[in-house]
Design a protein around this ligand. Structure first.
Ligand code: ADP
Length: 194
């Protein structure tokens, strides 16, 4: 059975890792707005140039841009999507409902990855150090200053979605402090059997 789910949680909560895992185990299609924006940046397009600066500071890119990116992907058709890093605002949440409705689809679950801030800082600083040690590029927003802004953006603009989806009866939470496989198991247990 195909499901459309959102992974919700602060930066560093493990959304990307778990989304990638679900593409393997359940054949779901990962739609990460962060990845799409980084691709736009790498392509050197006008839009990429505009968003790069906003992302490096740790602020949110405008709703119009990210909704446009998601609209483009969904226009290619399909089902069984994992939304990773989207929606991040209530306006994006409403746009997603509408886009899925237009396709005759709906959202099946919103999975919140619960973690605490100290762990987030350690994970993100750790990710930057690992990349550096491996000679790989370090994300421009993986530094203490941007992280502060990213966390603030999360609490101010994104965390209201938790209450919103809870009120809709769609929210399920997992403990994101467990190890990667345990979190994957907890998420799998929340989804209908394939
Ligand atoms: P993380 O969750 O680790 O912060 P992401 O890769 O999801 O990283 O996003 C990186 C940056 O891309 C965000 O800080 C923001 O600037 C931008 N971004 C990604 N998704 C969205 C979105 N849905 N709305 C607005 N900005 C976004």
């Amino acid at each position: 059975m195909s499901v459309n789910i959102i992974l919700l949680g602060p930066p560093g909560a493990g959304k990307g890792t778990q989304a990638a895992n679900l593409t393997q185990t359940r054949g779901l299609v990962q739609l990460s707005t962060g990845d799409m924006l980084r691709e736009a940046q790498a392509s050197g397009s006008e839009m990429g140039r505009r968003v790069a600066e906003v992302m490096a500071k740790g602020q949110l890119v405008t709703d119009d841009i990210v909704i446009g990116l998601i609209r483009e992907k969904l226009a290619q058709g399909g089902s069984g999507f994992i939304f990773d890093g989207f929606p991040r605002t209530l306006a994006q949440a409403d746009a997603l409902t509408e886009l899925l409705n237009d396709m005759g689809q709906s959202l099946d679950a919103v999975i919140e990855l619960r973690v605490n801030d100290e762990v987030l800082v350690d994970r993100i600083v750790g990710r930057a150090e690992q990349a550096r040690a491996a000679g790989q590029p370090v994300r421009a927003d993986d530094n203490a200053e941007s992280l502060k802004t990213r966390l603030m953006a999360y609490y101010k603009q994104t965390s209201p979605l938790i209450g919103y989806y809870h009120a809709k009866g769609m929210l399920k939470a997992v403990d994101g402090l467990k190890d990667i496989d345990a979190v994957a198991g907890d998420i799998a247990a929340l989804l209908p059997l394939p």
